[in-house]
Design a protein around this ligand. Structure first.
Ligand code: SD4
Length: 327
């Protein structure tokens, strides 16, 4: 027998009613604006604070969320102190800094690069993939040639400090899958923004897990895994052990849960619980999710405590502690 809920979900009208009822009344939109929650930019980890500042410059001028999330994460990409993104990022086990990045706009357009080496701003290359090609993802040598064609310049991203850390790791590092204890480098920057027009965009950029196998690609360039944006509903992004995020298509899952009426925090929590239910070794991994609905409401949840995210609403740019399953 078909229940009323199943009936609603099976019909287009039902879907529209479910999402409209939860998220899109004009009154809610107006009050969200009054509360100053749009524009809004959020991003993962402490280095999100500086990246938010850059993104805010664009949002404050009435700029597009897409431009804000591209420009914002470039601050982390260029900062040698940020040891898991772009320049200064930890290399793989063979000493190569390999980069993964993606970007997604309010129309559902997406671009991505993976296993890209020697370019300071992979997120900008990902945007070019989105805007200048009919494709979503370009990897490795093809991505290198595309970036050069687009006018990006190659440069060595391995800093002296990152080389020293890697050489130190080589003395004891074992060539086997990592655990957070042996490799606690989970500092990818993912950023979500809503602009004055109410449009959403997101970006993600990383050098991935330090000392990964050469050629390993994580969740960060995978649309639906580390990032998903749907202007009708909201956006979500991830940080942490990418394999767990990919296997559960985490960000897409979270956006779809928000479409069904869960709050951003509830949706992130369910994303985390999905990993926990499927992986008996979940205690050994960390994943943090961050989400924003189309009204500018924000939520986060992680497997373990310690995940932090930065929120800039124009008045304040603050670092927040995410709740964790092991709290
Ligand atoms: C990856 N998600 O490559 C990334 C790692 C990371 O914060 O540092 N996340 O799996």
């Amino acid at each position: 027998m078909t229940t009323r809920r199943q009936f609603l979900i099976q019909t287009g009208a039902g879907l529209a009613a479910l999402s409209a009822g939860k998220l899109s009344s004009a009154k809610e939109l107006a009050s969200a604006k009054e509360e100053g929650k749009r524009p809004l930019v959020i991003s993962t980890w402490k280095h999100g604070l500086a990246s938010n500042e850059q993104a805010w410059k664009i949002l404050a001028k009435g700029g597009r969320a897409l431009d804000a999330v591209e420009s914002g994460v470039q601050v982390a990409e260029a900062d040698p102190e940020v040891t898991s993104v772009g320049y200064g990022g930890g290399p793989d086990r063979e000493g190569h800094v390999t980069l993964d990045s993606c970007i997604m706009d309010e129309k559902g357009n997406a671009g991505s690069v993976a296993f890209l080496q020697n370019f300071m701003h992979p997120v900008a290359v990902a945007r070019k993939v989105m805007e200048e090609t009919p494709h979503v993802m370009i990897v490795g040598e093809g991505a290198r040639r595309f970036a050069l064609d687009q006018g990006f310049k190659e440069q060595d991203l391995l800093t002296d400090q990152a080389r020293k850390n890697w050489q130190q790791w080589l003395k004891t590092g074992k060539y086997k899958p990592w655990s957070p204890a042996s490799n606690p480098t989970h500092d990818t920057i993912s950023m979500l923004a809503v602009d004055q027009a109410g449009d959403l965009s997101g970006s993600c950029t990383t050098s991935g897990l330090a000392y990964k196998m050469h050629g390993r690609v994580g969740d960060s360039p995978i649309i639906g895994a580390a990032l998903f944006v749907d202007n009708e509903v909201g956006s979500a992004c991830a940080t942490g052990v990418g394999e767990e995020v990919m296997k559960t298509v985490g960000s897409f899952l979270i956006v779809e849960l928000m479409r069904q009426g869960l709050s951003p925090t509830e949706a992130c929590k369910e994303g985390v619980q999905r990993i926990i239910r499927k992986n008996p070794n979940w205690r050994d991994v960390q994943v943090g999710y961050l989400a924003m609905d189309r009204l500018g409401r924000v939520g986060a949840f992680a497997i373990h405590t310690g995940f932090q995210y930065a929120v800039h609403d124009g008045q304040n740019n603050v670092l927040m502690d995410s709740a964790g399953y092991t709290d």
